[in-house]
Design a protein around this ligand. Structure first.
Ligand code: NG6
Ligand code: CA
Length: 505
């Protein structure tokens, strides 16, 4: 008997070690943490001194921190469109900031970032903000099955809100359905006219717990004491409470990891911080001393810590690639009186750059960009390589040996070696879209001449537009203050030609 037991024990040990070896050879998990409106200067690892972001700084010190990492646009929808499709947003019309009732803008028959992982056998999920439209038309029944959406473009599981936290409907969707739908209290949504009889910020400003800032929108239906963009009625049990948003998303993400860590997974975690309305959980309110914007960043940092802890607890951290970036640069007053300006206290979300969200200047699109993979990436690397979110698709396709048709994801370059810190140059050039288009190459920045407003005074941001062509040398002029186009016609022509070639592709 003893001998048999011994035999069984050795057999078990053997089986254990075999699975362990197999586990080590397993493809890495990938967690993409894609945040909303976080600026280049918002993290300690990028120079912030008035805010503590220990968990995000730890990611940077355990991996690689890019100083020249970009979104393709200075607002949400176009940047997310690029991340998902591998195409610049100007290749498809209708990729600007979407209303909350928009239809899906991601083609279902083309390669997407999650499809790359799915094709490679990964389990895929998206949790958090979506803002890429849902359904095949604007007019849809929010109380029924809503598709196409994330599940039709590559995700096996989704737990999202449709657009932005300041747009109705303020509800969660799990896969095809709104959570908490009650047929007796149907949800109605409109972006044209008021629906139902719920109070609006315009008619009942006395009901607001956070005021809209002067002359800004956000004065339609009030939900949870906050005026939103768009009108909504019904769905009393379905409406979220802003203070619970992130804790809900984090809980879903943690569960997803716990339930799927035994096989490779790709998790997109689309955090809503620090986008407006900034209304963090009670435990973060007032903690940063910088108003709710700062508190929201602390909440984000805490959540990232929870995700990392879950990976570590389940012993998959070492072989998980964590990618952290933001969809566009920072803005302080984006329409609510939330203390972002009055309690800034010397914090500088823009870093050394000009502009911000909505702007063609660097702060619009140059964002924190961190990749960690403890097993493979050298700790504490800083890279100045020109990298962009649009390249994740092609780079992972190449790494995972996934093929897709030639005419798809045309702007996505395989920059895997740069992402891994092995190549410090990156792309040869990058096109960026805000109101106008710009080209970044060898630290030269060309901004196409255009008629757009120079400044958005509501949000207090320079938009980077000018009637004349602009050229900046970012090595000596990060703030894009001295236009050297006139004295450098050859450089201007070179970058202009690149832009024209790309636009006619
Ligand atoms: C703007 C909103 C802003 C924000 C933005 C989209 C007003 C005055 N401003 O129109 O608050 O929602 O759209 O942000 O309503 S993004 O990060 O999703 O692109
Ligand atoms: Ca955004």
């Amino acid at each position: 008997m003893k001998l048999v037991n011994h035999y069984i024990i050795s057999l078990l040990t053997l089986v254990g070690s075999v699975t362990q070896v197999a586990g080590q050879q397993q493809k890495p998990n990938v967690v993409l943490i894609y945040v909303d409106d976080l600026g280049y200067g918002d993290l300690g690892s990028y120079g912030a001194t008035k805010l503590n972001t220990p968990n995000l700084d730890a990611l940077a010190s355990e991996g690689i921190r890019f100083t020249n990492g970009h979104a393709t646009a200075a607002t949400c929808t176009p940047s997310r469109y690029s991340l998902m499709t591998g195409n610049y947003p100007f290749r498809q019309t209708g990729t600007g900031i979407l209303p909350g009732d928009a239809k899906l803008i991601i083609p279902q028959d083309k390669i997407t970032l999650p499809k790359v992982f799915k094709d490679a056998g990964y389990q895929t999920a998206v949790i958090g903000k979506w803002h890429l439209g849902l359904g095949d038309q604007v007019d849809k029944d929010w109380n029924g099955s809503i598709k196409p959406g994330p599940l039709e473009v590559g995700y096996d599981y989704s737990f999202i809100f449709p657009a932005t936290a300041d747009r109705v409907p303020t509800v969660f969707l799990e896969n095809h359905h709104v959570l908490g739908v009650n047929k007796a209290d149907p949800i109605m949504v409109s972006y044209n006219k008021k629906v139902g009889s719920e109070p609006t910020g315009k008619e009942n400003p006395e009901l607001l717990k956070m005021k809209n800032s002067l002359n800004h929108g956000h004065d339609n239906t009030i939900v949870n004491g906050i005026g939103r963009i768009g009108w909504m009625s019904g769905g009393k049990e379905a409406k979220w409470v802003d203070e619970e948003l992130t804790l809900t998303f984090a809980d879903k993400a943690i569960r997803f990891i716990q339930d799927h860590y035994q096989k490779p997974f790709f998790l997109t975690y689309n955090a809503t911080e620090p986008h407006v309305p900034r209304m963090p959980a009670t435990m973060f309110k007032g903690k940063s001393g910088l108003g709710y914007r700062g508190d929201a960043i602390l909440q984000l940092d805490y959540t990232v810590g929870q995700l990392v802890k879950t990976l570590k607890d389940n012993k998959v951290y070492e072989n998980t690639i964590i990618i952290f970036s933001s969809d566009n640069g920072p803005v302080l007053d984006d329409g609510y009186d939330d203390g972002a300006v009055s309690q800034l206290n010397g914090h500088n979300p823009f870093g050394p750059y000009s502009g911000g969200k909505y702007s063609a200047f660097e702060a619009g699109t140059r964002v924190p960009f961190i990749i960690s993979w403890p097993k493979m990436i050298k700790k504490g690397t800083t890279s100045d390589a020109l990298v962009c979110q649009v390249d994740l698709l092609s780079s992972f396709a190449s790494f995972l040996n996934v093929k897709y048709p030639k005419g798809e994801a045309v702007d996505s370059e395989n920059t895997w070696r740069s992402f891994m810190g092995k190549d410090l140059v990156g792309r040869s050039y990058l096109i960026k879209a805000s109101g106008t288009l710009s080209v970044l190459k060898d630290n030269y920045k060309y901004i196409k001449a255009g008629k757009g407003a120079k400044r958005n005074s509501l949000v207090n941001i320079e938009l980077g537009n000018d009637e004349v062509d602009q050229l900046y040398d970012l090595r000596t002029d990060k703030g894009e203050k001295i236009n050297i186009a006139k004295n450098n016609p050859e450089k201007v022509n070179e970058l202009k030609a690149i832009l024209e070639k790309e636009m006619n592709k």
